[in-house]
Design a protein around this ligand. Structure first.
Ligand code: ACO
Length: 403
């Protein structure tokens, strides 16, 4: 590992690394990925074990504090998160200024950025206590804002958080309960959603996390930084891939049309990609995709969608791609988003909410990474260099003399 910053200071040289494929932008103790082996660990704990034995709230604690909580620490942490689930009542008016058909991610970028206007007391980033309060607020309020974004787009009244419920249950309640009617939470769906949140909680220096870090490196307040992360996550090459993957399955429609679609993907002249496939770091099966595939079956069976023709298309598409030279040579495997869309759809979420759910889960990762960055004595303002390829110096030409 070469410290390019030091080398630059000593020699004046710098490196050209478009899209940062081989440059570490920071040191981090939060998440470890071995892309060749398909390994993902939070603070050293394998994702498979956390998804099987843990829950999202203790994963949040682990990411923020570095250790799994004891029973009383977990209880105390959950109480503190719960304390912050409400958003300021003025926010309801803020939501009402959007068109009803606004994409909920557009609403989320704005709503999360707007939190900075309400919480002046947690924007002193140099005070560790304020940083932790801001972190709690972000983790706790994201589901509330996300559910409000959903309810707004379908024209239903906002449902307030119910703090006797756990994180995932509360989110289902705020999204699917309606006033004057009972809403029974399905434990299988709540459990699956909790696991989906665990799988998406952090993923080291992906595009949105790098965005949060670089925004934070200027000293911007945490709410603004998370809003920047949400904006970046929205892209179809990143968090928007779950929505794009499901749309792709619908576009394919039936199993017999898969070969035709695969041909389009392989055609050098087309820009069609197999959405939910491929990863910058994983050159092996994404470990989250395996867990997600199992969960997808469980949720579809529970909701009576076990025979969903799109599941059939997805399974067959995966089988064909995994045996196709094009995908083998490029080490393209399903990523976490390949099966998450089908799962979320079976739970009752519309496609426009898929990336919003991703953002709800990733918030704890973003805020943990932001906090770690602030505490890092080596951290300076992020300022990538460029390789200038434009014109060399030339003199201004008067308008009358321009061709
Ligand atoms: N379908 C078809 N071909 C692909 C795919 C794909 N999904 N992904 C990569 N390739 C091909 C490229 O065309 C390229 O081929 P070439 O060498 O013949 O030109 C080669 O594989 C390498 O591709 P890159 O774009 O250089 O790989 P990169 O690491 O930059 O891209 C990315 C990673 C963006 C995830 C890409 O695989 C992709 O677009 N996947 C589809 C979108 C997706 O599922 N995103 C979710 C990522 S996970 C997440 O954010 C949670």
């Amino acid at each position: 590992v070469v410290d390019i910053g030091k080398l630059y200071a000593q020699t004046g040289m710098f490196t050209y690394d478009p899209a940062f494929t081989s440059t570490a932008s920071c040191q981090s103790k939060i998440t470890y990925i071995d892309g060749d082996e398909g390994v993902l660990e939070y603070r050293g704990y394998p994702i498979e074990q956390l998804a099987e034995k843990g829950d999202f709230i203790e994963t949040c604690y682990l990411l923020l504090y570095g250790e799994l909580p004891t029973k009383s620490q977990k209880h105390d942490f959950e109480e503190r998160v719960t304390h912050h689930t409400m958003v300021h009542e003025q926010m309801t008016r803020f939501f009402q200024s959007f068109r009803r058909d606004a994409h909920p991610m557009a609403v989320m970028v704005a709503a999360v950025g707007a939190l900075a206007a309400f919480y002046h007391d947690s924007t002193d980033i140099n005070d560790p206590k304020q940083r932790m309060i801001a972190s709690m607020r972000m983790v706790a309020k994201m589901p509330t804002l996300a559910a409000m974004a959903y309810k707004y787009t379908i024209g239903q009244p906002f449902i307030y958080p119910k703090n006797s419920l756990n994180f995932a249950e509360n989110f289902l309640h705020m999204c699917f309960a309606v006033p004057c009617e009972d809403y029974d939470i399905n434990p299988v769906l709540a459990d699956a959603l909790d696991k989906i949140f665990i799988l998406h909680a952090d993923h080291e220096q992906n595009a949105s996390t790098s965005t949060v870090r670089i925004a934070g490196s200027s000293g911007a307040n945490p709410f603004a930084c998370i809003a920047a992360g949400i904006a970046c996550l929205w892209g179809p090459a990143h968090g928007g891939a779950n929505e794009a993957a499901l749309n792709m399955l619908y576009e394919i429609g039936t199993v017999d049309r898969i070969p035709e679609f695969i041909d389009k993907v392989k055609d050098k002249n087309s820009d069609v990609r197999l959405m939910g496939f491929g990863h910058r770091v994983y050159k092996n099966y994404d470990p989250r995709a395996k867990i997600m595939q199992n969960m997808c079956h469980a949720v579809l069976n529970e909701t009576g969608h076990g025979n969903d023709p799109m599941l059939k298309v997805a399974l067959e598409l995966e089988k064909i791609a995994l045996n196709d030279e094009y995908f083998i040579n490029r080490k393209l495997y399903p990523n976490v988003d390949f099966y998450s869309g089908l799962t979320l759809k079976a739970m009752g979420f519309p496609t426009s909410m898929f990336t919003v759910l991703f953002a709800v889960a990733r918030t704890v990762g973003w805020i943990s990474q932001w906090s770690e960055m602030i505490e890092d004595p080596q951290q300076k303002i992020g300022r990538p260099r460029q390789l200038y390829t434009g014109k060399t110096r030339r003199d201004y030409v008067d308008m009358a003399q321009r061709a």
